[in-house]
Each structure stands twice: as structure tokens, then as C-alpha cells.
Design a protein around this ligand. Structure first.
Ligand code: ATP
Ligand code: I3S
Ligand code: MG
Ligand code: MG
Length: 375
């Protein structure tokens, strides 16, 4: 049988494209039957298909209309992710509202979001009554989180007088001491990986009144060519900080993924130093800098295979026998190169009479890696 290859079109801003589409990713995907194809933003998307999947991080009504046209012409293609679902993350209030919808109970850990209010105008900003429920210091964040440099400009505000320097619409969020370490939890479909990053240092109980405001931007970010590894932890003195329990993060990730209807995002978590087992989610980002994540090439390639393979499976379901065979032919092409004999055995077991329709569980994720799990 001729090899069936899959085409994934990617539509990304230049900076994102440079950091994400690395040769190592392209060649691994290629070896598993997936061609990553650049979408030319100057031509209609609909003229550039067919794609089995479109991966995108572009904004605006024109782009949304292009995606709709594309979906009409290629109803079987997967759009990663839906623009409406992504849009929820463009507002720092709706972004975190979803956290309170999650129903997750863990024996030892609890989670939530910091106390926060939204201020739309200068008048309300200076009205002490409007935000008397908050304690200084607070972090002022632009309400809009649309990927622009402006949307990352924040300020740690120490007192009421400093509020005058802020430009609404903003979110005022209580600053919570957390030991200067932030946990970034990357989600790629059902894969979840937590890493540590340096964060703002704790503030003293007694506020230093000589300060009124400290501006900062992307304090926990890394340059595009940096990766999280032991060297980074050593340099930032993060080695000793204990990770939150993986099962706890996995449950939150699964909850967020379903509530947000998104596959590709990360969320920032801090551990409230006052309690030690209370975690606060402070930020959720669509399609973050995955290339900074360890093993990003294999994690993303596994996910691409899962995505196009599942889609193909949906399309080919007919009778039980035929279903198994069509599943295997696609799986065969997508996986055999990398898993060789072990995978052949699993597949031939799947073809046995007792097990008509089902595939081996998670054929794409054979090894359990530290600090990462499937949800
Ligand atoms: N409520 C808070 N309490 C303490 N520190 C906070 C709080 N909110 C944010 N921070 C600190 O400020 C940084 C930036 O905040 P946030 O993650 O909301 O901004 P962002 O610009 O959206 O970040 P990213 O680059 O991840 O998109 C965090 O990484 C953390 O160090
Ligand atoms: O370009 P916008 O929409 O602003 O999104 C950013 C996110 O806010 C950041 O969280 C990403 O960096 P991290 O992956 O380090 O979180 C950051 O990753 P990048 O620095 O690789 O572009 C961006 O994805
Ligand atoms: Mg953040
Ligand atoms: Mg953010």
C-alpha cells in the first residue's frame, strides 16, 4: 500500500515560526509521516489546502473568516484550536473565570486564583471604595492579553498614590508571596509537563514606603533560544524547590483543557507561601513557547500523530474488521518507523479475534517521563 502522508499547515507570526518550526521538529515529524507546511499569510488559506490539520496563532476578523472558509471547504480538517476558544484567553478576567468552574478535589492541595478586580476607568481606579477588598501590594495587569508587547507590561503597585500612574482598563491582582518561583505547566493535548521558572521575589510584610511602583514585563520569560534544563535550575537556584504533585497539576490541566476546549496552552501557577499547599493560577497562554520545553519535538510530534490519526480513524469507521484494518494502516505508516518491532507486536495483538475494534492504549506514548503524564 502506498504510504499515506499527512499535511499540517502552520500559520504563525514570524517570531513564533522561528522559535517553533525548528529543523529538529520538522525532520522528526517527517520521519513519522507528517509534513509541516508553512501557510502563506498573503494568500487565502482556502487556496493552500488540503491540510489534515491547521495549526495557528494569528488574530483578527480576517483570519477568523479565512478559517471559516477553509472549514467549509475541508470539513474533515482539524483546526488547532478554535479561534473563539482562543479568544477567551485574550481577556485576563475571562481567562481565569474558568478556574472557578473546575470541580477537582485533592486530599492535600487546594487551588484558586488571587483576589482581583477589573478597573475600566480612571475615576474608579482612584475611588478607594471600589477596591477596598484588596490589600497592597497589588499587580496591575493590562486587561487585554493579546500577545502585544503592551499586554505584558505590568506594575507592582505599593500604595494608593501610585495608582495614578496606571492606565485602565486594567486588572488589579493581589500580590501573593510565593518564594520567587513560578510553575509553568505546558499542555499539549493530553500531555502535561511542569517546569520551574524564576519569578518576582517575595515582598516584606512591612512595606517599604519609599517605593510606590515597580514596572516589569515578562519577568518569568526565557529568550527563544533558551531551554529549561538542570543548568537553568542551577543558575537560577531553583533546584531545591519542590514541584507541586504531578497528579494535582494533571487534574487541573485536564479540567482546563475541557472547560476551555483548547489543546495547546500553558498556565502559570504559584504556591502561596502563607499555606504551602495552596496553589494560585495567575495566567493562561495560548500556544506558548513550546520549544523551551524539554523534548518538545517528540511531544509535539506525538500530538500531531494523535491528532491526524484520530481524525483519520473517525473517517474510516465502518464495520469492526474494516475499522481495525484501516486504523492499523494509518497507525502503521505514522508509527512503525519509530517503534519498530514492539509496535508491530502490539498491532498484531490488536488484530486478534477477541479484540475487534480497539487500539492499544496510547500507542504514541510508550515511555513515562518524569514530571509529565497523559490526561
Ligand atoms: N498575583 C501575583 N502574585 C505574585 N506574583 C505575580 C502575580 N501575578 C503575576 N505575578 C508575577 O508576574 C509575572 C507576570 O505575570 P503574568 O504571568 O500574569 O503576565 P504575562 O505577561 O501574561 O506572562 P507570560 O509571559 O507568561 O504571558 C509572573 O510570571 C509572576 O512572576
Ligand atoms: O506571544 P504571546 O501571545 O504574548 O504569548 C507569549 C506567552 O504569553 C508566554 O507565556 C510565552 O512564553 P513561555 O512559554 O515562556 O510562557 C511566549 O513564548 P515565546 O516567548 O516563545 O513567544 C509567548 O507564547
Ligand atoms: Mg505568565
Ligand atoms: Mg500571559
Amino acid at each position: 500500500m502506498a504510504e499515506r502522508r499527512f499535511r499540517i499547515g502552520y500559520a504563525l507570526a514570524d517570531k513564533k515560526q522561528q522559535s517553533f518550526i525548528q529543523n529538529s521538529l520538522v525532520s522528526l515529524a517527517e520521519s513519522r509521516g507528517i509534513d509541516l507546511v508553512r501557510v502563506d499569510a498573503d494568500r487565502p488559506l482556502v487556496d493552500q489546502g488540503p491540510f489534515d490539520c491547521v495549526l495557528h496563532k494569528l488574530y483578527g476578523d480576517d483570519w477568523k473568516a479565512q478559517l471559516r472558509d477553509f472549514e467549509r471547504k475541508y470539513p474533515n480538517a482539524v483546526i488547532l484550536d478554535s479561534p473563539d476558544a482562543i479568544e477567551r484567553l485574550h481577556n485576563r478576567i475571562s481567562m481565569l473565570q474558568v478556574v472557578s468552574e473546575l470541580k477537582i478535589e485533592h486530599q492535600n492541595e487546594t487551588f484558586g486564583i488571587p483576589k482581583q478586580i477589573v478597573i475600566y476607568d480612571k475615576e474608579t481606579l482612584l475611588d478607594r471604595l471600589a477596591w477596598e477588598s484588596l490589600k497592597f501590594p497589588v499587580i496591575a495587569k493590562p486587561l487585554v492579553a493579546d500577545g502585544s508587547a503592551k499586554s505584558h507590561k505590568m506594575a507592582l503597585v505599593y500604595n494608593h498614590e501610585a495608582l495614578n500612574k496606571l492606565k485602565p482598563p486594567i486588572v488589579l491582582q493581589e500580590f501573593v508571596n510565593h518564594g520567587g518561583v513560578i510553575f509553568k505547566v505546558y499542555v499539549v493535548g493530553n500531555y502535561v509537563r511542569c517546569v520551574k521558572r524564576k519569578s518576582l521575589p517575595d515582598v516584606e510584610d512591612k512595606l517599604d514606603f519609599s517605593k510606590d511602583l515597580l514596572s516589569f514585563s515578562q519577568i518569568s520569560n526565557l529568550a527563544a533560544n533558551e531551554r529549561i534544563d538542570d543548568k537553568y535550575y542551577e543558575m537560577m537556584h531553583l533546584g531545591d524547590t519542590e514541584m507541586p504533585p504531578q497528579s494535582f497539576l494533571t487534574d487541573i490541566a485536564r479540567g482546563l483543557r475541557h472547560a476551555l476546549k483548547l489543546n495547546l496552552f500553558n498556565f502559570d501557577v504559584i504556591r502561596d507561601s502563607r499555606f504551602g499547599n495552596r496553589y494560585l493560577i495567575i495566567d493562561i497562554n495560548y500556544f506558548p513557547g513550546y520549544a523551551k520545553m524539554p523534548n518538545y519535538e517528540s511531544v509535539l510530534t506525538d500530538f500531531f500523530c494523535d491528532t491526524v490519526y484520530n481524525k483519520q480513524k473517525d473517517r474510516t469507521v465502518k464495520g469492526p474488521d474494516e475499522k481495525v484494518c484501516s486504523e492499523i494502516s494509518v497507525l502503521d505508516q505514522c508509527q512503525m518507523h519509530s517503534y519498530g518491532e514492539d509496535m508491530r507486536k502490539i498491532i498484531s495483538n490488536t488484530c486478534s479475534d477477541e479484540d475487534e475494534g480497539s487500539l492499544p492504549v496510547s500507542p504514541f506514548h510508550m515511555e513515562e517521563k518524569e514530571n509529565s503524564v497523559q490526561v
